[in-house]
Ligand binder design. Structure first.
Ligand SMILES: [Zn+2]
Length: 191
């Protein structure tokens, strides 16, 4: 018999604070989706070089039970992440928008030792230790951080000698906030 047909499916609230306390021991499954702005994720915000309106991540979560021969059904969590944030390009040192589109699959376990026993070579899913008041927001944040490129860079040929080369409105907004180094030089010469 398929457990998922008899267990209730609970809709996850999209409210960031509600994601901080999810009961993964209850006999139910979850489904939900929402958007987390960069500022909802303080550790991600620390990495961001600039925050534009709309920067953040759409997330989707679904859990279900999967039968496994000879043992209790496994609880599976699938997480989708899609969004963008700005990092510093390590070639030209200007802001560089990084798009992420990630899918993760976890097998939920209740103890660290269960997680330790889980075969490392399984690349399709990894164990996640959960409890009755699990902080799912922190897990989403962890996965964003793990997905960031180690050395963020513009695509080849797209680096800019300075930010004002593109004449569009966004760039002008950015240079108002931060003094253009060339203007600083000009002012120094005048004095
Ligand atoms: Zn660059």
């Amino acid at each position: 018999m398929n457990r998922n047909q008899v267990l209730p499916q609970v809709e996850l609230s999209a409210e960031p604070s509600a994601l901080k306390r999810i009961d993964f021991c209850a006999p139910q499954s979850y489904k939900g989706a929402g958007f987390l702005g960069i500022l909802d994720m303080p550790r991600v915000a620390e990495e961001a070089s600039a925050v534009s309106p709309g920067d953040g991540f759409h997330w989707s979560v679904e859990t279900y039970f999967e039968d496994s021969p000879g043992s209790e059904p496994h609880q599976i969590l699938e997480l989708g992440l899609k969004g963008r944030l700005n990092l510093i390009c390590q070639r030209c040192l200007q802001d560089c928008a990084v798009d992420l589109d990630e899918k993760r699959r976890f097998i939920l376990v209740l103890t660290d030792s269960e997680a330790d026993e889980y075969p490392l070579e399984d690349e399709e899913q990894e164990p996640l230790v959960v409890n009755q008041h699990f902080n799912l927001l922190e897990t989403i944040e962890d996965e964003v951080l793990l997905s960031l490129p180690l050395i963020p860079k513009h695509p080849d040929g797209f680096c800019e000698p300075h930010a004002s080369t593109f004449g569009d409105g966004d760039e002008e907004g950015a240079s108002n906030e931060r003094e253009n180094p060339f203007n600083i030089l000009k002012n120094m010469k005048k004095n």
